[in-house]
Design a protein around this ligand. Structure first.
Ligand SMILES: Nc1nc2c(ncn2[C@@H]2O[C@H](COP(=O)(O)OP(=O)(O)OP(=O)(O)O)[C@@H](O)[C@H]2O)c(=O)[nH]1
Length: 366
């Protein structure tokens, strides 16, 4: 039963959502890079062919052709991350082959600076950093192998310049990605949070419901929804002022946070209406939780400017599978039971009728 209450923390932005948010930006970067690689491949392929460096010219033309194929799929795929990897590994490998070509001049190592930039823009902070470090180390080994005995190239100041420049670009790219991801997490949180109470709004309730519904169906666990409405809230505003009404809403939001398990989710549906999703919870327990919330609010001492604000709530309870399969279904059924609670005099909980529960359990027994 719901005895082990803890304060519910705001849910972290879901990693999948962050990846989805980053996708258009990564796709734009990939498409731009593919066009650059196609043009660069053709141009440098010809330059190398004219110098007779046919192997290098072949690699560059091959990379240009491969990029054209990737460009076709980049516009159509639903698995952008796979195509990004399919670009990055051959692209960086071709770059390493170019660096290792004995006839290529030392200036070709300037291309190494692209590695941290491209990796971070396309893969984000973690994978971007890992791939950057991998290829920068390989490039450094190739550099040492080719120029170890070349005193003109191995001048201490030139080498220090290259190391510091590469380190700077790697650090800047990484810091940029970290702060971009942080800002997106914050924006996402703001877009899914009710400004007044700090509770999740409808959009986050919906996301949470979809995730928990899949889990409930997979594991054969129940899931319930409480639709809660504060009673006679207009009178609170009219008698005590709008600010007192706001404080009452914040008080109730805190009560929900204190009373629910961290695995449950309480959100504001709008106005003075709230929704609570109770995971692994069937109607009977959900109704008990609703009853405990009702009692807690009815006996709470809420004051504004020295005046007591009496508050009570009405609740409609609905269960997944018993009352419907979608959040919309459960909200509609919960709302109609909430309406019954109001009709019956408010300050009460209306659970699903025993008959609908019995019908649902006999169906699941079949
Ligand atoms: N202070 C404040 N009031 C709000 C907010 N959102 C909605 N309200 C008020 O909540 C009241 C809701 O009133 P009604 O829909 O008539 O419902 P009620 O007075 O609670 O009556 P019943 O629901 O039938 O018990 C309105 O006066 C709204 O202005 C808010 O963010 N802050």
């Amino acid at each position: 039963m719901h005895k082990n209450y803890r304060i519910a923390e705001p849910m972290d932005a879901h990693p999948d959502t962050l990846t989805q948010l980053a996708r258009p930006h990564r796709k734009a970067v990939l498409v731009a890079l593919l066009w650059i690689t196609i043009s660069g491949g053709i141009l440098f392929g010809f330059l190398n062919a004219m110098k007779g460096t046919w192997a290098l010219a072949g690699v560059e033309w091959g990379m240009g052709l491969y990029s054209a194929v990737l460009l076709y799929y980049a516009h159509r795929t639903r698995h952008l991350e796979r195509w990004i990897l399919a670009y990055i590994f051959p692209f960086f490998t071709a770059m390493m082959i170019a660096l290792a070509t004995p006839t290529a001049s030392v200036t070709i190592f300037g291309w190494v600076l692209l590695i941290p930039l491209v990796s971070h823009l396309l893969l984000g902070r973690r994978a971007g950093l890992a791939i950057s470090l991998l290829f920068i180390v390989v490039a450094a080994i190739i550099f040492l192998w080719r120029f170890m005995d070349d005193t003109a190239v191995m001048d201490a100041r030139s080498v220090a310049n290259m190391i510091v420049l590469t380190a700077c670009i790697t650090v800047f790219s990484h810091v940029y990605e970290v702060s971009r991801e942080r800002s997106e997490t914050q924006l996402l949180h703001m877009a899914q949070t009710d400004f007044l109470t700090g509770l999740p709004n409808r959009s986050r309730i919906k996301m949470f419901f979809e995730r928990e519904k899949s889990r409930a169906v997979r594991e054969g666990q129940p899931l319930s929804l409480l639709v809660i409405d504060l009673d006679h809230f207009k009178q609170v505003n009219d008698h005590h002022g709008h600010e007192a009404g706001d404080r009452a809403l914040i008080f109730f939001a805190d009560l929900l946070r204190r009373r629910l398990r961290t695995t449950d989710l309480a959100g504001r549906l709008g106005g003075e209406e709230f929704g609570v999703i109770l995971v692994n919870t069937a109607t009977v327990t959900a109704s008990q939780v609703a009853e405990e919330l009702r009692q807690a609010l009815a006996t709470a001492n809420i004051e504004h400017s020295g005046e007591a604000i009496p508050l009570s709530l009405s609740v409609g309870v609905a269960e997944l599978g018993v009352d419907g399969e979608t959040l919309q279904d459960l909200l509609a059924v919960g709302d109609s039971r909430l309406y019954q609670a109001k009709e019956q005099g408010r300050n009460r909980v209306v659970p699903p009728p025993v008959t609908s529960r019995a019908a649902a359990s006999s169906q699941s027994d079949r």
